[in-house]
Design a protein. Structure first.
Length: 158
């Protein structure tokens, strides 16, 4: 039996062509795919809600806060935050100071941890992909590796 004979294969080929307004129903993503598999999927999978994967909270990993502080110093300094212009340093500073409070309830700390992860992500992505001149970096790397457009043309012609 070939893969083309499997109903899920056909559904997986068709679903990406369906407009998002039909693929998503309320908060349920992959709605059409779920409905196509209703009765085939176990209820636990059919009804499962999607959730984002997050790294474990910093406090659960011994020594992680020291490492996170170094990353914060590098990417969330007033200079870096103001240079990117995407976030307000005063708000970030308030969040970090609240996170450091010894009496802070664990559930609140976990929430702040997730926010801190997202904020760091924004700043790191800005630094790596917006601030950096990627075409220039690619050109420098290709020169370092001995790649050239002339060599690429030679391979295309053969």
């Amino acid at each position: 039996m070939g893969v083309q004979n499997c109903p899920i294969w056909w559904v997986s080929r068709i679903v990406p062509r369906i407009v998002p307004s039909v693929r998503i129903s309320g908060t349920t993503e992959k709605y059409v795919l779920r409905e196509a598999m209703k009765g085939v999927l176990p209820d636990v999978l059919y009804k499962k809600q999607k959730f984002a994967f997050m790294a474990p909270p910093v406090e659960t990993v011994t020594g992680a806060w020291t490492w996170v502080q170094r990353v914060i110093e590098k990417f969330l300094s007033p200079k870096e935050v103001n240079l990117a212009g995407l976030l307000r340093y005063s708000e970030i500073d308030t969040l970090i100071e609240e996170y450091k409070l010894p009496a802070l309830h664990r559930s609140k700390k976990v929430q702040l941890d997730a926010m801190l992860n997202h904020i760091l992500g924004v700043q790191i992505l800005y630094k790596r992909f917006i601030e950096a001149d990627l075409p220039l970096l690619a050109q420098e790397k290709s020169s370092l590796l001995g790649w050239s457009l002339d060599r690429m043309d030679k391979y295309r012609k053969s």
